[in-house]
Design a protein. Structure first.
Length: 320
């Protein structure tokens, strides 16, 4: 267990430092803008490019892994959407944000740092694939669902163009695509360029985790939404369990790939869920509360998952 604490202390410690710094200095939310810009447009893209570019192309074209992971994630999305729509009688827009709260993990900010720290460089490829393809699909599903509700007033061509722009021009997608090209063509970038990329990539995890802590501090918990009673277990327990079962059922994956996918699925609700809610004026306060609560609870659940992984308690092959 001491090894697990050693893994998680620097990870959650950086979030805590960001949280304390924000509470002590009381800087306005706008002060975080340039740090977020650096993380999204420089540090994390450099990390994704580095991870993908150094990987054999045959490992990057595992469509079965991508499809299985997305199917598992969106089964949780569908379950929570139906619960919100038909059990809670929420609007389509509210149900959509609620479903994202239980299925959209903080895979961009928290995923790469934790997975590489806990599982090593072999986890790089599945992490890059999950972050790229899940984010791309989330960018498509969110505005599409809001348009169906009527919250998005743009015409169909405008909506389609905006979705395409967000997907194709997002820094994570562009950097991953460039990494694919470098890997496919077996290009060896100049040493100076590689050092520059390495330098940026090293800043990704510390900066992202610090910024996340600041963000949590700037969104204090005002009330606990009723839905949190099933969103928290769905996000932190059911999601990684379903990912594990689906990937095991499909079969043929390296255990590290399955463990990386589970670890990313076990992460707390992404801050992007609040951003989507804020963009459409839907479920904002409850999304903020969900992010804070799932992040706090994930200290325990992620620790438990890492213990199961490191102790070998999870069967390497569940189905014959």
């Amino acid at each position: 267990m001491a090894d697990i604490v050693g893994l998680l202390l620097p990870f959650f410690g950086l979030i805590l430092i960001g949280y304390i710094a924000a509470r002590v200095t009381r800087q306005p939310a706008e002060a975080l803008g340039w740090l977020n810009t650096f993380i999204i447009y420089a540090a994390l893209p450099a990390l994704f490019f580095k991870l993908v570019a150094q990987t054999p192309i045959e490992q990057l074209t595992r469509v079965d892994f991508i499809v299985a992971d997305i199917a598992a994630t969106y089964s949780i999305f569908l379950l929570l959407f139906l619960a919100g729509r038909f059990l809670r009688r929420n609007s389509l827009a509210d149900s959509t944000i609620q479903a994202f709260a239980g299925s959209y993990g903080n895979i961009g900010y928290m995923g790469p740092g934790l997975a590489l720290l806990a599982l090593g460089e072999k986890a790089a490829v599945p992490v890059a694939l999950i972050v790229c393809f899940e984010n791309a699909l989330h960018f498509i599903v969110a505005p599409t669902m809001m348009a169906m509700e009527g919250e998005d007033k743009r015409s169909l061509p405008q909506l389609a163009a905006d979705i395409a722009r967000k997907v194709l021009l997002h820094p994570f997608i562009l950097s991953t695509a460039l990494g694919f090209a470098v890997a496919a063509l077996s290009v060896h970038p100049p040493v100076a360029f590689q050092r520059f990329v390495d330098y940026l990539a090293q800043a990704a995890a510390p900066c992202a985790l610090f910024a996340m802590g600041v963000t949590l501090a700037l969104r204090p918990l005002k009330r606990i939404p009723t839905e949190i009673g099933y969103i928290v277990p769905a996000k932190l327990i059911l999601h990684p369990l379903v990912v594990y079962l689906v990937l095991q059922a499909v079969g043929g994956f390296d255990p590290i790939w399955i463990e990386a996918a589970m670890l990313l699925a076990a992460l707390p609700t992404a801050t992007n869920v609040f951003v989507i809610g804020q963009q459409y004026g839907v479920w904002q306060e409850r999304a903020s509360a969900t992010i804070l609560i799932t992040t706090a609870c994930s200290v325990v659940t992620v620790s438990l998952l890492l213990y199961l992984i490191k102790s070998g308690a999870l069967p390497a092959q569940l189905f014959p």
